[in-house]
Design a binder for this molecule. Structure first.
Ligand code: PLP
Length: 428
């Protein structure tokens, strides 16, 4: 028995499913999750001392690689000053100034402790600001696990939502409408019918929770247009795409400016942080200035601020994002070429430093329904064949994978050689 297997068995006795976040359990690919001992640069080492080239990067934050010495030093330099004060610090303002400078839509920002908190708070603010209850989201987009957002479409897109998890009251779910990602006409139809009841649209501008699905030309612009016409707020959930697809996030890359933006992952440099921000007139509705309540004992934690500020400043180096994007592009092209040589139907999609692999003969995948039609069995086999050779991809066909600045030519060659072997092993 491996040490990971032993630890997994032990964990299941006290932690539901043995993990603190479901995707870590490897349920969608089968097998035993790896328990990680340490990580550095592009690599992680498991408890059995096996080394893996990592394309998960803690699900996004590790954009400069694991154990980045600059971030570790920034955290070390704060340690002896105390861990938390429950009172304001200059670091929080430094972070806020940085975010307002980097993210095009942000005039004001508030720090929270996770992406879930950021989206939950942004939705409450949008409802408070507009005085409306209904929200629009898109099938396949994930915005964390708050009640209003764990909702899927009812029988037709314009019917009320139904909870996707027990514990979410139907009374909450009925306020959430779930439409089809990349379907501009459906959005227009919905707003024509009930636009004056909608508080906000929340969208992952580049979807990364149904594999990697970039917006089709015109889709984000349509969202902006219907919000402007109806008085609803447009929320870009950039927890994943923020600082990753471009320094200023997807809103910079696609030149569409939302009213509110939610951030997480990279913004904390690997510590638990989220943020939401946007237009001054909207953000000023938050307490203590306005009536919309929102708070957090550990929000703006000094260690987390030090880590996040250091990381964000590193991302400002010239060409940082270009290099990430070049790597991801070469990787995707290399994977497609090797799959084609092995006669395996494969499509890849990429936005900056995030990418997805789809086992399908469709030239592109633009919706959740299309993503679910891909060959999941082949993905599982591919995932394990890569893992056996020391390449750790996202353990689900519905998750994007990530590259970091620590991924270089050596890592690219290693991955493509492993993929060639893996494709050769796949059963059609
Ligand atoms: N929004 C998006 C787009 C995400 O990808 C995630 C997490 O993966 C979240 C929100 C929730 O963030 P957290 O897991 O930090 O609560």
């Amino acid at each position: 028995m491996t040490r990971s297997a032993e630890l997994f068995e032990r964990a299941q006795k006290t932690i539901p499913g043995g993990v603190n976040s479901p995707v870590r359990a490897f349920k969608s690919v089968g097998g035993t999750p790896l328990f990680i001992k340490k990580a550095e640069g592009a690599y992680m080492v498991d408890e059995d001392d096996r080394r893996y080239l990592d394309y998960v990067g803690s699900w996004g934050p590790m954009i400069t690689g694991h154990a980045d010495p600059d971030i570790l030093n920034a955290v070390r330099s704060r340690l002896d000053l105390g861990l938390s004060y429950g009172a304001p610090t200059g670091l929080e303002t430094e972070m806020a100034e940085l975010l307002c400078e980097l993210v095009p839509s942000m005039d004001r920002v508030r720090m929270v402790n996770s992406g879930t908190e950021a989206t939950m708070s942004a939705i409450r603010l949008a409802r408070g600001f507009t005085g409306r209850d209904k929200i629009v989201k898109f099938e396949g987009c994930y915005h964390g696990h708050s009640d209003s957002l764990l909702v899927k479409a009812g029988s037709g897109a314009l019917t009320f939502g139904v909870p996707t998890s027990p514990g979410v009251p139907e009374d909450f779910a009925k306020h959430t409408l779930t439409l089809t990602f990349n379907d501009s006409q459906e959005v227009r139809d919905c707003f024509k019918e009930i636009g004056d009841q909608i508080a906000c649209i929340i969208v992952e501008p580049v979807a990364g929770n149904m594999n990697c699905i970039p917006p089709e030309p015109g889709f984000l612009e349509t969202l902006r247009e219907v919000c402007d016409q109806s008085g609803a707020l447009l929320i870009f959930d950039e927890v994943m795409s923020g600082f990753r697809v471009a320094l200023g996030g997807a809103q910079e890359a696609y030149a569409v400016t939302p009213d509110l933006t939610t951030l997480g992952k990279i913004v904390g440099g690997g510590l638990p942080v989220g943020a939401f921000g946007g237009k001054e007139e909207v953000m000023n509705q938050l307490s203590p200035l306005g009536p919309v309540y929102q708070a957090g004992t550990l929000s703006g934690n000094p260690l987390a601020m030090a880590a996040g500020i250091t990381l964000l400043n590193k991302l400002r180096q010239p060409n940082f994002h270009q290099q990430l994007s070049d790597y991801a592009q070469k990787l995707c092209e290399g994977l497609e070429a090797r799959a084609q040589a092995a006669k395996i139907p494969l499509t890849t999609q990429q936005a900056g430093g995030m990418f997805g692999i789809f086992f399908t003969d469709a030239p592109k995948v633009t919706t959740f329904a299309e993503a679910t039609q891909c060959n999941l069995e082949q993905f599982k086999q591919f995932f394990h064949a890569m893992l056996d050779q020391g390449v750790y991809l996202a353990p689900s066909a519905y998750e994007a994978s990530f590259v970091s600045a620590a991924h270089g030519e050596k890592e690219l060659a290693f991955t493509l050689a492993a993929a060639e072997q893996a494709f050769a092993q796949l059963k059609a």
